[in-house]
Every structure is written in C-alpha cells, then in structure tokens.
Design a protein around this ligand. Structure first.
Ligand SMILES: Cc1cc2nc3c(=O)[nH]c(=O)nc-3n(C[C@H](O)[C@H](O)[C@H](O)COP(=O)(O)OP(=O)(O)OC[C@H]3O[C@@H](n4cnc5c(N)ncnc54)[C@H](O)[C@@H]3O)c2cc1C
Length: 435
C-alpha cells in the first residue's frame, strides 16, 4: 500500500516510475503471499481515506460503486462504539460528517482498486514477480536496485534517481546500511502483548444494522471490531491481552468471547453468521520504528516508507493511514530533490509518527509499568472516566475523540480548554449539579 501511494506521488515528479513486487499481481481482488496480513481485518482510518481521495480523485466513489460499505451519516448512527463502560453518543449531529466518513472493504479489495488507479498512470510501470535484492550504491548515493526475475532467476540492476523501499515488514534497508558502513540504525520497539483473530463472515442481510462496531474494554476483557465489507461480507476481529488468555482459535470461541463485549441485538445477528475461509490468528502486535531520521549518515537517492520505516500494533488499525500520511510528506519533499531529500523526508515522517507512537505506547504499556505511579494512574483513570462520560452525552466531545482516533486531529486537541469545559459540564450535569 505504501509503495502504491509512493508511486502515485513520484509520478508527479519523475519521468518514469517502476513498481517492483515479488508477487504476481492479481487482476481482481485476491489474497497474495506478499501481504499475509490481508487475511486479517483491515480498516482505513478516515484520515487515510481522505488522502486516498486527494491522490486519486473519484476513487472513493469507485470503491462505493464496486461495493465498499460507506457510513457517512450526519449522526453516528450505523456505528456502535463502546470504550470501557461508555457507549459513544449516536444521536447528536456531527459538525463535519465527511471527515468521519468510513469505507468498509477488505484489504485485497482496497489494494486492487488503488493498484488499478496507479496502473492507469501513463508514466508508471509494474514489474511483478521480481524480487528486490539490495540497493546499488556509489559511496553516499544509491543509484538503483538489484532485482531478480522470479521466473528465470536472472538478476539485473534497475537504475533510478530515487529508490523507495516500501517492502513492509520484510524491509532489509537497516541491514543494508549496517553492512555498507553507514552505521547501525537506532530503533524504538514496543513488545507484543495482545493476540487476535480475524474471521470473514457472511451475515443474512439486515440482521446487523450497525456496520461498524468497536468495543475496547481495557486489558482484562476481549476487544472487538466488526466491519461490514463489500458484497455482504463482514469481518470480525477479537483481541485478547496475553495476561488474560489466548486469542480465539475458531468461530465458536469467537462467539463466546463476543458475548462479553456486544449488546444483545448485535450478538443475535452474529449468531446467524456463517464463517467464510479459515480464521486468521496473529500474535504480531509489537511495534518497531527505525529512526533513520537520527542517523548521522544516510545515502542520498533512497527513502523507506510504510511498515519498513515504522510498523505499529495492527490493533490500532493505523498502518495504511500512516503510509498515506508518509506519501503526502514525500510529495511535500519532492519538489526539492537535493541530496538532503532523505533527511527532510525522515524528519517530516518522524513528526507524523511521534504523536501516534506516544499515544500507542501509553495504551499498550504493560500493566506492570503502571505500578510505580498509583496517584498518576488514579488521576488518568479519573480523566478517562470524565472523557468517557462526556462522550456518551455531548456529541462535540464524541466527535473530537473520533477525530483524534482517526488521525484527523493530534491527541493534544483532546486537551483544548473549550473541550475540557464541555467535559466538566457533562460530568456536572450527570452528577445533577448543572442543567
Ligand atoms: C495482522 C495485521 C493487521 C493489520 N490491520 C490493519 C488495519 O486494520 N488498518 C490499517 O490501516 N493497517 C493495518 N495493518 C497494517 C497494514 O497492513 C500496513 O501498515 C500497510 O499495508 C502498509 O504497509 P506497507 O505498504 O509498508 O507493506 P505491505 O502492505 O505489507 O506491502 C509490502 C509489499 O512489498 C512486497 N515485497 C516485500 N518484499 C519484497 C522484495 N524483496 N521485493 C519485491 N517486493 C517485495 C510485498 O509483496 C508487498 O506487496 C495491519 C497489519 C497486520 C500485520
């Protein structure tokens, strides 16, 4: 996904762009080996889809016409969200419903439609079934990449003014740099603490009326996401913290955990669902950020984008949106293609990643890390309760909360004085002190 978006951006600035992928690229939405995570629930945050719409005018209508499930109501009807014991307000009018419009569709479906749009760009060519082996460099400048044809094993060098490593979790740029005298790459890591399972389903039409269901009950109870996809399919994901059990291994186990999370009406619909394909189980919920922005030396002529730069805990559903944000940052950097392009790009990407990383780190922190600060813990619980209470009653608070979650606004916007006043008022009203 990062590679497709980078190709779209690069096509504005270079005469020709080549997208190299080791897979055969299917001419219809289909799973493929190079994207094993595609069998798991994938959902674009709304900031990501709006960037998609900017890069490919009309694509959101194309996705809709092809079957993606759009939720763009003026209220939050059609979405059920519960954080802890707080069900988010669904009746108040949103100030900016377009910004929170969501497009439910499977990963192969979205990727196929984006790839089709990239394929239509006259100066972009695809080289499928070719493996990128290693960048080729002349001292401090990368001048191309060595690739191998997977049909006949012939190896050749593809010369390029700019090489974009978008090989995702398989990226080997850090090893390349260390092996060629550029030094080791500083990194930041978060350990995996959750496991989760995804199951594609068919649900009889109309049995579940909410098309986007999100439940986060903290560490001790299962987390759940249910999304309506194209062609009457649905994707259910259930997560469990490692301290409280293993992720479910089959649909029956999913149903029994879902009972601890869902209201009766949605649960009844889910019981009528039929699994399609096998369940997918993952424990790969850690995070890794290669701090290329902190390297003293980085070769000109090359950048790393997407999961190869920073992979996040997939449970937060941010990866494709981060790839879109990084593609936008690359677009801003490309008009000036000097030798400092990598540094400028990595700095811009770091400023997008840092607040997301910090907020994920706070949420994913192991329970033991909380223990030394009981007062801070009580205060932050009190603050979370106050925000939760307000989000059930005041649509302005709910909308801001969702804008931050969808990476439209930075987390600091939750601390705006005007918002804090609304949160205080909603809590006073609930306690009977204000009308
Ligand atoms: C289990 C799971 C669930 C996720 N759920 C979500 C979600 O709900 N929402 C969300 O936004 N994100 C989600 N993500 C993250 C999302 O998949 C990625 O962040 C996003 O796809 C961007 O990754 P990428 O483009 O860097 O890599 P990928 O999308 O993984 O693509 C890498 C590409 O590189 C190719 N490739 C790899 N090595 C080579 C090589 N040597 N030569 C040539 N080609 C190569 C592969 O074939 C593939 O096409 C999830 C991730 C996982 C693991």
């Amino acid at each position: 996904m990062a590679g497709l978006l980078a190709a779209r951006v690069a096509s504005e600035f270079y005469d020709s762009v080549t997208v190299v992928d080791r897979d055969q690229l299917p001419d219809h939405p289909a799973h493929r080996k190079g994207v094993p995570q595609g069998r798991h629930l994938h959902n674009f945050l709304t900031r990501g889809t709006s960037i998609l719409g900017e890069l490919f005018p009309g694509i959101l209508d194309e996705l809709t016409a092809a079957g993606a499930v759009v939720i763009d109501n003026a209220t939050l009807s059609g979405r059920y969200s519960r954080i802890g014991r707080y069900e988010l307000n669904r009746t108040g009018k949103l100030a900016d419903p377009r910004a929170l419009a969501s497009y439910g569709a499977s990963r192969p479906f979205v990727e196929f439609h984006v790839r089709q749009r990239v394929d239509r760009l006259s100066n972009v060519a695809f080289l499928a079934h070719h493996e990128a082996i290693e960048p080729v460099h002349d001292r401090d400048v990368v001048t191309g990449v060595r690739i191998t044809n997977r049909h006949n094993r012939l190896t050749q060098t593809l010369n390029a003014d700019l090489v974009v490593d978008a090989t995702g979790r398989a990226a080997r740029t850090a090893e390349f740099l260390a092996g060629h005298g550029f030094g080791s790459v500083p990194d930041k890591r978060l350990d995996p603490t959750w496991g989760y399972s995804s199951q594609l389903l068919r649900v009889p039409t109309g049995r579940i009326t909410d098309q986007l269901v999100f439940v986060n009950q903290g560490r001790a109870a299962p987390g759940l996401l249910l999304v309506a996809y194209e062609h009457d399919t649905w994707m259910l994901a259930i997560a469990r913290h490692g301290d409280y059990g293993a992720p479910p291994a089959d649909f029956a186990a999913m149903l029994s955990l879902a009972e601890q999370a869902l209201p009766a009406a949605i649960m009844a619909g889910l019981r009528d669902a039929t699994p399609v394909d096998d369940i997918a189980v993952s424990h790969d919920t850690g995070a890794l950020w290669h701090r290329y922005d902190r390297m003293a030396r980085f070769p000109a002529g090359m950048v790393v984008i997407g999961d190869g730069l920073c992979r996040l805990n997939p449970l937060h559903g941010q990866g494709m949106t981060m790839a879109a944000l990084q593609a936008s940052a690359l677009r801003d950097c490309l008009p000036d293609r000097g030798s400092d392009l990598p540094h400028r790009f990595f700095r811009a990407a770091a400023s997008q990643i840092a607040p997301v990383w910090a907020s994920n780190a706070a949420n994913d922190r192991p329970a033991s890390a909380d223990r030394p600060h009981p007062i801070r813990r009580r205060l932050s619980r009190w603050a979370a309760d106050a925000v939760g209470t307000a989000a059930t009653r005041d649509i302005t608070v709910t909308e801001r909360f969702l804008r931050v979650r969808n990476l439209i606004d930075p987390p600091a916007r939750l601390r705006d004085p005007a918002l804090l006043a609304r949160i205080a008022l909603a809590n006073l009203r609930r306690a009977g002190f204000a009308s």
